[in-house]
Design a binder for this molecule. Structure first.
Ligand code: COA
Length: 168
């Protein structure tokens, strides 16, 4: 993992502020070519509100992990049990300065182990069709595109996504 050797930990309520800060940094480095600033702001406010993350941290169908080096959060992942057999990888984000060092792969391994323990047999995710870097990463992790849809998420916004899956 090059010069970084972060610890992988389940996140708790005390990490919510760091998740919010890192999410804003990664989203601003990733999404401006793909979606409008208004959509970025609306999705960050919705998906990363302390109340929403707090509820997920208290819900056994959800799990959050972080990659920490000292005090710094370098990456995070969030997965949820969508059905008895399907685990949805809902978020996988690594700080731009620490990408391509295996942190995303290491976070994914934690998700796989969690899903496996709960007898889920498939991992599923959605990724913006224009997010070539993430699509390459997911292909490298063994995912395949199984469908592509435009999802209406309200407020006049859409997500133009691939749905990708792999067996566990
Ligand atoms: C996608 C992401 C989570 C992968 O995590 P990571 O720690 O960077 O990835 P890994 O080190 O495990 O590498 C996996 C593959 O990702 C791809 N990748 C990651 N960073 C890349 C970069 N800067 N440029 C090109 N490819 C890159 C490569 O294919 C890499 O494999 P390789 O190095 O053998 O070619 C991370 O790049 C990221 O946070 N991207 C921005 C946010 C995002 O789009 N998240 C996904 C939302 S659905």
């Amino acid at each position: 993992m090059n010069d970084v050797n972060p610890s992988l930990l389940r996140l708790t309520a005390s990490d919510i502020g760091d998740v919010d800060t890192l999410a804003r940094e990664v989203w601003q480095a990733t999404y401006p070519p793909l979606i409008s600033q208004a959509q970025i702001d609306a999705m960050l406010a919705d998906r990363y509100s302390p109340a929403r993350i707090g509820e997920q941290l208290a819900d056994p169908r959800h799990a959050w992990w972080g990659a920490r080096q000292g005090d710094s959060l370098l990456g995070f992942a969030h997965a949820m049990q969508e059905t008895q057999s399907i685990c949805k990888l809902d978020k996988l984000y690594v700080h731009p300065a620490h990408q391509r060092r295996g942190i995303g792969a290491a976070l994914l391994k934690e998700i796989e182990a969690w899903a496996h323990q709960r007898q889920m047999g498939r991992l599923k995710l959605q990724v913006n069709r224009g997010n070539a870097q993430a699509i390459r990463a997911y292909e490298k992790y063994g995912f395949q595109v199984i469908a592509s849809y435009v999802f209406d998420i309200g407020q006049g916004f859409v997500m133009d996504d691939h749905v990708m899956e792999r067996m566990l």
